[in-house]
Design a protein around this ligand. Structure first.
Ligand code: NAD
Length: 321
């Protein structure tokens, strides 16, 4: 078994690869893994083992059709994480998101058609559904993305689906809620707040902090992706929730507590443009059909995450400059 994992120098992909190499996924303990990553500002080679007999690291762009055609033959499956992933950056400069997320996904799918790849998992997000005032999205809900990031991910989902429908490629799509855990770039909410507080600095909270998101520990997300890789059906979408819906204000309060800081450390800042108020996933499909259930409680996962950032300033301090 040989798997190509794109974007695995980033937060979620690196966790997935480390777990696979550590033998955490049944039936894959001897799988060879190739990582393809462009090493953008978000990717770090040191998120992966420096030297592992079953890991090959290739620096490259998922938009580079020629490189993909050379690299893909010999791989049985692709798990596609590579993307521009930060909403705020997409508001400032959306073109890179369309290129990496839409064109990159299409280039990768196209290259798969000309290789031995027989299975493809496209990692997507709940943000493609837009914002929901009440209730929860099932996989049948229409896509109504609001940020350029979400729109580029929705575009990539549709392109992925088309390669299944048109070409018969065995593609499944996952749509997860917000992830948290170690090795997440400090531009994202939980690590940004945790590292500010660990430095004794106030945290910038958008608007009134009323935006609601579901939260999922990265290890649970990676387990779900592995379930979809091994048991998911072609052409199907699987929502992946965490069972933890909270306002950003609630997250800030939990982080204040874990870092021993008071409410005065919250600074309210003008809201993000077009900020979606609420996301909520109905993930009963993956639970019922594939037997998924998150294992990490939010309290335990958040405490472990804050402890990691406290213990590893060498990983994130260079990102603050
Ligand atoms: P990340 O920003 O931490 O990592 C992205 C990785 O992709 C980086 O290593 C980067 O170098 C690489 N990359 C970017 N453009 C590339 C290109 N053109 N070619 C090759 N590599 C490229 O992102 P993440 O948080 O780990 O997210 C991974 C995937 O999961 C993304 O597709 C994202 O949309 C999705 N997702 C993320 C979350 C979340 O909460 N972080 C939730 C749901 C879905």
């Amino acid at each position: 078994m040989k798997i190509l994992v794109t974007g695995a120098a980033g937060f979620i992909g690196s966790r997935y690869v480390r777990s696979m190499l550590a033998g955490e996924y049944a039936g894959y303990s001897d799988a060879d893994v190739t990582v393809l990553d462009k090493l953008t500002y978000a990717g770090r080679r040191d998120n992966l083992p420096a030297d592992h007999p079953r890991l090959a690291f290739v620096q490259g762009d998922v938009c580079d059709a020629e490189q993909l055609r050379e690299l893909l033959p010999g791989h049985d499956a692709v798990v596609h994480f590579a993307a521009e992933s930060h909403v705020d950056r997409s508001i400032d400069a959306g073109a890179a998101f369309v290129t990496a997320n839409v064109l990159g996904t299409q280039s990768l799918l196209e290259a798969c058609l000309h290789s031995d790849v027989s299975r493809f998992v496209h990692v997507s997000t709940d943000e493609v559904y837009g914002s929901i005032a009440s209730g929860s999205w099932t996989e049948e809900c229409p896509l109504a993305p609001n940020s350029p990031y979400a729109a580029s991910k929705a575009g990539s989902d549709l392109v992925a689906r088309s390669y299944w429908r048109t070409h018969g490629l065995d593609v499944s799509i996952t749509r997860s809620c917000n992830n948290y855990g170690q090795h997440q770039h400090i531009e994202k909410l939980i690590p940004r707040f945790a590292t500010h507080l660990l430095c004794g600095e106030p945290v910038p909270l958008y608007g009134q902090g009323a935006n609601v998101r579901g939260w999922l520990h990265v290890a649970d997300h990676c387990r779900a992706i592995q379930l979809v890789l091994t048991k998911g059906k072609a052409g199907e979408v699987y929502n992946v929730g965490g069972g933890n819906e909270m306002t950003n204000r609630q997250i800030a309060e939990l982080l204040l507590e874990l870092c021993g800081a008071g409410e005065e450390m919250i600074r309210y800042v003008p809201d993000r443009k077009g900020h979606d108020l609420r996301y909520s996933l109905d993930d009963s499909k993956i639970r019922q059909e594939l037997g998924y259930a998150p294992e990490v409680s939010f309290a335990e996962g958040l405490a472990e995450t804050v402890a990691w950032y406290r213990d590893e300033p060498g990983w994130w301090k260079p990102l603050t400059t």
